[in-house]
Design a protein around this ligand. Structure first.
Ligand code: ADP
Ligand code: MG
Length: 269
């Protein structure tokens, strides 16, 4: 049985008198343990699909079953439960709380889940260890490079022990070397049994997934399985782009305090 089954999914946004048909009949099954990259130009419906897969939004029409359960028939509480227990989210812009330590950011989903303080700290520490940031628990986002911030966000996604990670353009704000590190981490998570669904518009990134789905105008135009390219991070001191903070030029901010702090950027294999 597929972990995710979606059938003839449609989504229409009503903005004033204009209707936008963001999804026009999307059908796909995703099995447990798959890694799937969803590609397509801007406006093709990728984020709309991810929001529905993530139980953050409902389709206008069509069916969505997760683990055999009809998601469309669930009430808000049950949807929130699925989000907390089954899904982990990773975003392009990390979405970390500023002035809040890495470990506190990772603990946040457990606060909502009512886990005790001591147990929260323990699980968040394990999750940060898993992404190679066990030595950065007390750093705030502005004391971390872009790649490290995204790893904190991945730890936050992992802390509830999800079956599925949904990542919308997770490397969109990162330089190419850091992007490969993040993809190496994702490949490790997939090897451990997690199902990964990620959105990207970079073919090089998509190649690290075992299945590539292309969308255009709200429809799937191609769906192919191939051998994923192993993501092999380059050593930090081999960087020829000088992008030590791991942020791409367009997203480099003045608030990254130590651009040379790259020792831990090397992902421990
Ligand atoms: P992608 O992520 O592939 O760039 P989106 O799923 O964000 O595409 O958007 C698909 C289409 O739906 C676009 O035309 C976009 O403008 C429209 N759209 C997305 N979200 C909304 C919304 N909340 N309200 C109205 N239109 C939206
Ligand atoms: Mg999008």
């Amino acid at each position: 049985m597929a972990l995710i089954e979606i059938e003839d999914l449609h989504k229409t946004y009503d903005s004033g008198d204009v209707q936008v048909h963001a999804l026009r009949g999307v059908t796909m099954n995703i099995a447990s343990g798959e890694s799937v990259a969803i590609m397509g130009s801007s406006g093709s419906g990728k984020s709309t699909l991810m929001n529905i897969l993530g139980c953050l939004d409902r389709p206008t029409r069509g069916h969505y079953r997760m683990d055999g359960e009809d998601v469309g028939a669930l009430d808000r509480n049950r949807l929130a439960e699925i989000r907390n227990r089954t899904l982990g989210f990773v975003f392009q812009s990390f979405n970390l709380l500023a002035r809040t330590s890495a470990v506190e950011n990772v603990e946040l989903p457990l606060v909502y889940a009512g886990v005790s303080g001591r147990e929260r700290r323990r699980r968040a520490t394990v999750a940060l260890d898993r992404v190679g940031l066990g030595a950065r628990l007390d750093h705030t986002p502005n004391q971390l490079s872009g790649g490290q911030q995204q790893r904190v966000a991945i730890a936050r996604a992992l802390v509830g022990q999800p079956k599925i990670i949904l990542a919308d353009e997770p490397t969109g704000n990162l330089d190419s070397r850091t992007s490969i590190e993040i993809m190496a981490l994702f490949q490790e998570l997939v090897a451990s049994g997690i199902t990964l669904i990620l959105v990207t518009h970079e073919p090089d990134i998509a190649a690290h997934a075992a299945r590539v789905i292309e969308m255009r105008d709200g429809k799937v135009t191609s769906d192919q399985v191939h051998a994923p390219v192993p993501a092999v991070p380059r050593p930090a001191d081999d960087s020829d782009d000088g992008d030590a903070a791991g942020l791409s030029d367009r997203d480099r901010h003045g608030d990254v305090p130590d651009l040379n702090d790259v020792d831990d950027e090397r992902f421990p294999l």
